[in-house]
Design a binder for this molecule. Structure first.
Ligand SMILES: [Zn+2]
Length: 361
């Protein structure tokens, strides 16, 4: 039997807590509050604050397979066992002796384990984790209760809002008169100028081209004539983009960009839409801003603003410049990496454009 190694934090807590746990009355309830063996082979535990844990490993014998267990102070009310899956044969919760709780994980015979490398890590005063195995095949999570911190409830809530809106982009886009309108979509930057570079090297030029192409497809399906200022990595200067739109005599001009914050601050996220002049430009900006916010829950609304960007200042039609999120922001970048989110944004922008065309057409 091996008593497991513990990391510094654990040792610190363990010494500190030993004094505390000595005063725990024998009859107190189990200090194990929740546990989960996750799909990645990590066991997470939530306990009462300042709990002194002890963990053990025993090689298989005639009766049992390899077993890992953790002892907690406080007595378990109802001993029970839970059937395992994948490499796990069974998980048992029991009381080895009065005033104790034991969580036992029994592995199937063929499982390859490296218990000498195992470490229980204290995440904070009442949470712990230990990596037990690398799942070779899919492993279904087993657990009881919530192991996450209460603070994260907020995040869960946000996620459920997000899920509700998830099918948003399948909703029908508004109809407009067919073959009446023409729109220029301008994916910012390109060629030698990649635009903003964000977390993990994500590039503005790539994100905005993909979003723009989807917008084109969606609007074309509604009978709107759409031209992109660029379809791939070309070096296109700003005057060419403007004269392209002006020569085409487009009804509107929409430039698509993604932001970067000064100092690449990960806490700065958000969406904003600029126009240069006129109520039409402002209306278009408002419609688009409203829709992109709907598909980006939790990302701040930086508003509809007047901006003096070259492309919206020099185009002759109502023109806007949309910033679809911060590639340097933790929240936005994680989303912008994904095609599903780029699609949602494209739907949102297309919807804003169609609403606008409906209104003024
Ligand atoms: Zn840009």
């Amino acid at each position: 039997m091996i008593k497991l190694s513990v990391n510094k934090l654990f040792r610190y807590l363990s010494v500190f807590l030993f004094l505390n746990s000595a005063t725990l009355p024998v009859k107190s309830s189990s200090s194990l509050a929740a546990w989960a063996l996750k799909t990645n082979g990590v066991l997470e535990l939530r306990t009462k604050s300042n709990t002194n844990l002890k963990a053990y490993f025993q090689k298989a014998n005639k009766k049992y397979g390899d077993r890992f267990w953790v002892d907690f102070p406080g007595e378990l009310k109802t001993p029970r066992s839970i059937k395992g899956n994948g490499p796990i044969k069974e998980i048992r919760l029991g009381k080895p002796n009065k005033g104790k709780t034991r969580l036992v994980i029994e592995f199937k015979e063929e499982t390859y384990l490296e218990p000498l490398t195992w470490q229980i890590v204290g995440l904070d005063q009442n949470r712990w984790r230990i990596k037990l195995f690398n799942p070779k095949y899919s492993f279904k999570k087993i657990g009881e209760g919530l192991v996450e911190k209460r603070k994260e409830d907020l995040k869960t809530k946000q996620n459920s809002i997000y899920k509700k809106k998830r099918n948003y982009y399948n909703l029908k886009l508004p109809e407009v008169k067919r073959n009446k309108f023409s729109v220029v979509i301008d994916p910012g930057h390109g060629g030698p100028d990649p635009g903003a570079i964000g977390i993990g090297g994500i590039r503005e030029t790539d994100v905005v081209v993909e979003v723009s192409k989807i917008i084109k497809k969606l609007l074309s399906e509604k009978g709107v004539k759409v031209r992109l200022t660029r379809k791939n990595e070309v070096d296109l200067d700003l005057p060419s983009r403007v004269s392209f739109a002006n020569n085409m005599n487009a009804d509107i001009f929409v430039s698509i960009h993604a932001n970067a914050s000064r100092g690449k601050r990960k806490d700065i996220n958000g969406l904003e839409t600029f126009y240069y002049r006129g109520w039409r430009g402002k209306l278009l900006a408002k419609r688009i801003q409203k829709q992109i916010l709907r598909v980006s829950p939790g990302s701040p609304d930086r508003g509809v603003k007047q901006g003096r960007f070259y492309v919206i200042k020099n185009t002759r039609m109502p023109a806007v410049l949309v910033e679809i999120g911060f590639l340097t922001g933790r929240l936005d970048a994680r989303r912008l990496e994904k095609t599903t989110h780029r699609k949602r944004l494209a739907y949102a922008i297309a919807k804003g454009i169609l609403e606008y065309l409906n209104k003024i057409g």
